[in-house]
Design a protein around this ligand. Structure first.
Ligand code: GSH
Length: 211
């Protein structure tokens, strides 16, 4: 079976799904929509009017976490312990909380609204170190988040970390276990190849000029 991923030509919420699909080595096709030129006409095609969407077995699956969790559980890249799995997902949602501020900062930058951009970016600069501090305590001696083996949550988190490492260079220095986790995931051959081949930042989300 082949999956189909629809998302914008951005990293943002698409990158965790792309990384999980690659870590699982499953077959998939991808469609990269242009938010500024295509989205208005394409939006009605999507049941909930947002992306990412993963089409599997003819069904549209929405919500980034739902998609990644489904893939992880279906392809045995998930914790079986329900409480540990729930605590892993706290980390996933904490990244999504921050990503909302990041998105507001990008829209403000686009509108050249310096004040709004600074307000939003200041929140990111406070929240990311807090998040990393908590995450650091959840990494096991085997190097994964509340698990002795890699799960989809590690891959998901690594995809976000890879992005934030560009937005806030040097922040990972305070979280050596987190940094190590990121390096381990980036070394997975299919993900390494993707990092080498993926398109450059779309202008909307490029790291330059944020701080
Ligand atoms: N909670 C959803 C949020 C989905 C979402 O808001 N996606 C944005 C892109 S990151 C989108 O489709 N925006 C276009 C729109 O709202 O029209 C998820 O995690 O997938």
């Amino acid at each position: 079976m082949t999956y189909h991923l629809a998302y914008f030509d951005l990293r943002a919420r698409g990158e965790p799904v792309r990384w999980v699909l690659r870590a699982l080595d499953v077959s998939f096709t991808e469609e990269r929509l242009d938010f500024f030129t295509e989205w208005k006409t394409r939006k009605p095609e999507f049941e909930w009017g947002v992306v990412p969407v993963l089409v599997c077995e003819g069904v549209q699956l929405h919500q980034t976490t739902t998609i990644c969790r489904y893939l992880g559980e279906k392809h045995q890249l998930a914790s079986k312990d329900l409480l540990q799995a729930a605590r892993q997902q706290e980390v996933v949602e904490a990244f999504h909380d921050v990503s909302v501020y990041v998105a507001f900062a990008f829209f403000a930058r686009m509108r050249q609204d310096e004040m709004q951009k600074t307000v939003m970016w200041d929140k990111v600069k406070i929240r990311i170190p807090e998040l990393l501090k908590n995450l650091e305590t959840r990494i096991t001696k085997q190097g994964w988040i509340l698990s002795s083996e890699m799960t989809w949550v590690d891959v998901f988190v690594a995809a976000y970390l890879d992005t934030y490492d560009n937005y806030l260079p040097g922040t990972l220095a305070a979280a050596p276990k987190v940094k190590c986790l990121l390096e381990h995931v980036k070394a997975i051959p299919s993900i390494k190849t993707w990092i080498e081949e993926r398109p450059d930042w779309q202008k909307f989300e490029e790291p330059e000029g944020l701080v």
